[in-house]
Design a protein. Structure first.
Ligand SMILES: [Zn+2]
Length: 939
């Protein structure tokens, strides 16, 4: 039997079981008289196998309640009986062979409830639309579609409506879309005002329009009329509504254990203490790879910065820094520019500003000119006209000098700037002679690295390049203990002549010097510039952490939490500080660990989590970078490893720009696979490394991910208050995404996410917004080779990413709040894992058929009661796990709308994320109780 129920435009096609034949399941029959059903027994629909028509007649003669479905089998007939358990037993006692339970009473009750709710909702919507006379165009022909309409409140109580919509012309037209709002149930469309939403285009590809706006009342419906006049209407959804108290936490729940930022050393100390305090519940696991270590070779550069030298006997004798050359005119010649310094006089009220033609200026001198009143170019032009060899601008405000700006042609002398303080010293000690010396050119620089690590002797070395002060002196290298001296060569006039390449060769070929250091020219230069004399300097590894931070390759630790840490329980992995400068995420990891351990003894639900899960918490994946960010460069994102070649950014000037972005060095959809969002440059903040998994940090995380029982993970980052999952990367051009999760997987991600984000919001009302929730590549950017993608695609782990808070190192009050709220979210992930593990509720589904704009066709979609995959056939064949998988309509959309000929036979079943199959169907092609329907509208 097949019956169609028509509700407005919706047709529910249902089959089998007589579910709707009499409004209620049929009462059991008392004609089966060997047993009376007990009063509270409920009926089920059970398959009964009979050999032939005669046996079927005998079955009918018992008076059992049969529905009208009779299937011919190879060995007889199959019918469905609506019976209580007692009646089923009686049938068996009478020799009838019963089979699978097709529908239980619980199935019936929930299906009925669902049906009634669907009917009520559609009637209400239809009445509402009719009352408001909306022009609602058929959704399969309208060129605009509303994807999300979410209402939420911010921490400060502001009401916000976030809207996402797709417009068919969005790729080619830059127009905004205007969203009209009503002002609550039953109000006129437009009465709540309007807001505009803008295109979201990434990598040249239009994704959707999006935008959020504050509203004064919560709208019930919104409407978008596209520029072509097509219309879409949608009901507004509540994003993260918080109803009542958090039933998870109670009076006995302890939290708030973190009082300051923690360095990686302190993080590891903390989890060691926890493992020692709770030996029955936790243990420390040292991951297989040690890092390359918080250590570097000591370095120096033989070069000099630009400087102005004043000769004795002037009281100003000495060296002064300058900025420049200016944006116009030539630079200082490499050999320097010598002369007398002379303060200019232009005969005006401010004579030293040189804005008018100079008076009495000594030709060939270096002009000292005060900054102020007129352009730098004008000052230089006046000095040049008076015969100056160069111009030194004296700043007129305190602070560092800067390169004078401007542009002009015809300027042949260099211009630089010195500070106000330095200028006043020189001006008040004239007459004076001296020299302007430029910074070393790249061609004249020599870099040296210690052979030993800095902390193992490299930092004790010194080096100087010396002018011997006599003509025709050869280049030589002396080593005295830790002190290296380069005696520069001179020509017959006594001028320095040793080039950088010659100095490099001299150091590297000297047995004693090359035992201490390795020398190189600067960033691939041929080294044909003359090396200047430099004062003696220490080589340094420039590492500032106290000795309590180990310089050795560092162990990386995880805390494993659970009563049964043998791999028998579902695993959850949380890991933080892939990115060194992100200081709050490790605290979320620690706070969550302490909540789990310190509440176990007295908080029942926490005890359930630890008794049934295998939780791995790795608070710092990248301890070397982490230490560097605390003690040396708080902007450090990557690990500390220098992969730059000796002809590249190898020298000390690049020391804050080395390292591999650990979140770009993994194996799936990586830079090396052609995906976007990572760099081959060794100084890029998204450097992917020399090859996949080149870094010990990454090998460690892969080891964690490959624990076979790990099912869920959270990659803790900051900042931005994002909550994301795969895919995390795409290839350009064309924005070819890594494979998208199935509709069921995506639904599960969204469903679990709403639980986790609601837990976060409970702390202080922070709403992670809909626009910042979803696949990484949909809401943020492509991040080729990120860890989440490896965990999801390679290991099948439901892998999420937090982007905690609003900055990398916020003030402590803010950091503390972020720690508390995202720990709520991380603990909720543990609860999601537990729910998943205990989920044995079968999903239910139905088909929904609507009119198509094409004659003879109808639109078909599947609804499920929980996130579930739907496998279907349209040719009457038996659905299996190889059948077509029902997909989403597009990025951030619900299920697709299939257009099929009216009357198409639809067979299907659904499977939830935990593997429960609808109706206990065996999807091996032999089972019978898959769902059946006809894609048909009402008559
Ligand atoms: Zn990060």
């Amino acid at each position: 039997m097949r019956r169609k129920l028509t509700v407005g435009a919706i047709t529910l096609a249902v089959t089998g079981a007589g579910l709707y034949s009499a409004g209620l399941p049929a009462a059991s029959s008392d004609i089966i008289n060997t047993l009376e059903p007990t009063a509270d027994e409920q009926t089920s629909v059970v398959e009964v196998h009979v050999a032939d028509r005669d046996e079927l007649d005998e079955l009918i003669a018992t008076g059992v309640d049969l529905d009208h479905q009779v299937h011919a089998l190879e060995d007889g007939l199959e019918v469905h009986a609506v019976v209580t358990p007692s009646e089923a037993e009686a049938l068996e006692a009478m020799g009838f062979e019963t089979g699978e339970v097709v529908f239980s009473s619980a199935d019936m009750d929930s299906a009925l409830e669902e049906r009634e709710a669907t009917i009520a909702a559609h009637i209400a919507e239809n009445e509402e639309f009719a009352a408001q006379a909306y022009d609602q165009t058929n959704p399969d022909v309208s060129d605009v579609k509303i994807v999300r309409a979410d209402y939420y409140t911010t921490q400060t109580g502001t009401q916000v409506l976030s809207v996402e919509a797709k417009w068919a012309q969005g790729q080619t037209s830059s127009q905004q879309l205007t969203v009209e709002r009503d002002s609550g149930p039953g109000t006129d469309m437009g009465s709540g005002g309007t807001q505009n939403i803008s295109r979201f285009v990434d990598a040249g590809v239009y994704l959707y329009h999006r935008g959020a706006s504050s509203v004064s009342t919560r709208p019930e419906y919104i409407r978008i009329t596209s520029p072509t006049g097509d219309v879409a209407v949608a009901k507004v959804n509540d994003w993260l509504p918080i109803e009542g108290d958090d039933e998870f936490k109670g009076d006995v729940y302890e939290e708030d254990f973190i009082t300051s930022y923690l360095t990686p050393t302190e993080l590891y100390d903390r989890i060691h203490q926890l493992a020692a305090e709770f030996p029955d519940l936790a243990e420390i696991v040292e991951l297989p790879q040690k890092t390359n270590g918080y250590r570097r070779h000591a370095q120096a550069l033989l070069d000099q910065s630009s400087r102005l030298v004043v000769d004795p006997p002037s009281a100003a004798a000495g060296e002064y820094g300058f900025a420049g050359p200016a944006g116009y005119g030539p630079g200082i010649p490499q050999a320097g520019l010598a002369g007398s310094f002379a303060l200019v006089n232009d005969g005006s009220a401010l004579p030293a500003e040189g804005c008018d033609p100079l008076v009495g200026f000594p030709t060939g001198s270096i002009a000292l000119v005060d900054r102020g009143t007129c352009p730098f170019v004008q000052k230089t032009q006046n000095a040049q006209a008076a015969g100056a060899a160069a111009v030194v601008i004296v700043n007129n405000v305190p602070g560092a000098p800067f390169s004078p700006g401007g542009s002009a042609s015809g300027i042949t002398i260099p211009t630089v700037m010195i500070s106000q303080d330095d200028g006043s010293v020189i001006k008040s000690n004239l007459p004076a002679t001296g020299t302007l010396l430029p910074a070393s050119s790249n061609a004249s620089r020599v870099g040296v690295d210690s052979v030993a690590w800095g902390h193992e002797g490299g930092n004790d070395l010194t080096i100087a390049s010396v002018n011997p002060g006599v003509p025709d002196s050869p280049l030589s290298v002396d080593v005295d203990g830790n002190d290296i001296t380069v005696n520069l060569g001179t020509d017959s006039s006594g001028a320095l002549v040793s080039t950088a390449a010659e100095v490099v060769a001299a150091i590297n070929s000297d047995a004693a010097a090359s035992g201490l250091v390795f020398a190189y020219t600067y960033r691939g230069s041929t080294g044909n510039g003359v090396v200047p004399a430099t004062s003696r300097q220490n080589l340094s590894d420039f590492l500032s952490a106290p000795d309590t931070v180990s310089r050795d390759p560092h162990s990386v630790y995880a805390l494993r939490i659970g009563k049964h840490r043998d791999g028998s329980k579902p695993g959850v992995l949380a890991y933080a500080q892939e990115h060194a400068r992100e200081w709050v995420p490790p605290l979320v990891a620690i706070e969550s660990a302490e909540r789990l351990l310190r509440n176990y003894a007295h908080h029942g639900q926490t005890k359930q989590l630890l008794n049934n899960l295998d939780i791995w918490i790795a608070p710092s994946i990248n301890p070397d970078g982490g230490h560097y960010s605390f003690y040396d460069d708080n902007g450090q994102r990557r690990n500390m490893t220098r992969h730059c070649s000796v002809t590249g950014s190898y020298d000390l000037n690049a020391r804050d720009n080395w390292g591999v972005d650990n979140n770009r060095n993994y194996t799936e959809y990586s830079l090396f696979d052609g995906y976007s969002g990572a760099s081959t440059s060794c100084t890029s903040d998204v450097f992917a490394g020399p090859s996949e998994l080149s870094e010990p940090e990454n090998k460690n995380l892969e080891w964690l991910a490959s624990r076979p029982n790990i099912k869920f993970s959270m990659n803790l980052h900051s900042s931005g208050n994002y909550f994301m999952w795969s895919p995390g990367s795409y290839a350009t051009p064309g924005r070819i995404s890594a494979p998208r999760p199935t509709l069921a997987e995506e639904s599960f991600f969204w469903g679990a996410s709403s639980r986790i984000l609601t837990a976060i919001k409970r702390h202080r009302g922070l709403s992670v917004t809909p626009a910042r929730t979803g696949p990484i590549s949909d809401v943020l950017y492509s991040a080729a080779g990120n860890s989440g993608d490896m965990l999801w695609y390679k290991y099948g782990i439901y892998a999420w990413n937090f982007e905690v808070g609003t900055s990398f190192q916020p003030n402590w009050t803010e950091a503390h709040d972020e720690t508390m709220e995202f720990s709520n979210g991380l603990v909720e992930l543990m609860r999601v894992a537990r729910s998943f593990d205990t989920d044995n509720t079968r999903p239910e589904s139905q088909i929904v058929v609507t009119e198509s704009s094409t004659a003879g066709m109808v639109n078909l979609k599947f609804d499920t009661t929980e996130p579930a995959a739907v496998f279907y056939t349209l040719d009457g064949s038996t659905p299996t796990l190889s059948s077509t998988l029902y997909a989403s309509a597009g990025i951030r959309e619900a299920g697709e709308l299939l257009t099929v000929p009216e009357g198409t036979t639809v067979h299907w079943f659904s499977v939830d994320a935990a593997g429960n199959v609808e109706q206990n169907y065996e999807p091996d092609g032999k089972g019978k109780n898959f769902r059946k329907g006809i894609a048909a509208l009402s008559d």
